[in-house]
Design a protein. Structure first.
Length: 153
């Protein structure tokens, strides 16, 4: 199935691709690699899932927040590259802010991993890194960057 068919199958819609909040490009292509700038849990200009995991949000909410970040990554790919030009997801870096004693980062980040594999199938297989940080912009609970291999022009 195509990514758009899988989105419909799993009841997801791509959000509007957000615009950069600074002096950078949301998608930077070098050779046949597309780098996606950090995406936050934003749904069509509405900032969601703000606060610290384990304090303001629970693990299940963090999972949904990370899933939304992954949908925003896919929205950038759809708008700037086109799903038909994807070879596959290479790697992503996940960031979260949490309470000091909260330690369920891998469960939260599975929100992105699970979504990428469901929507992109074999092209969604990836490696990942997880970073707990003190603060994210606008008090977002999570953020996600990614890189994809794309077909040469």
């Amino acid at each position: 199935m195509t990514p758009k068919e899988n989105l419909a199958k799993y009841g997801h819609q791509l959000p509007n691709a957000s615009t950069p909040g600074g002096s950078y490009s949301s998608v930077n292509i070098r050779g046949n690699i597309a780098y996606i700038a950090i995406q936050f849990p934003i749904l069509n200009d509405e900032y969601l899932y703000k606060g610290r995991l384990g304090e303001d949000l629970d693990t299940a909410e963090g999972y949904k927040a990370m899933e939304l970040c992954a949908l925003n990554v896919l929205a950038q790919i759809d708008k700037k590259v086109g799903f038909e030009n994807l070879v596959g997801l290479n790697h992503f870096d996940a960031y979260f802010q949490s309470a000091a004693d909260w330690d369920e980062g891998p469960k939260v980040v599975n929100g992105a991993s699970d979504l990428f594999v469901k929507i992109l199938e074999d092209k969604g297989t990836h490696s990942r890194a997880i970073f707990g940080v003190h603060k994210l912009p606008r008090n977002f609970s999570v953020g996600l960057t990614a890189s994809f291999t794309i077909k040469p022009n």
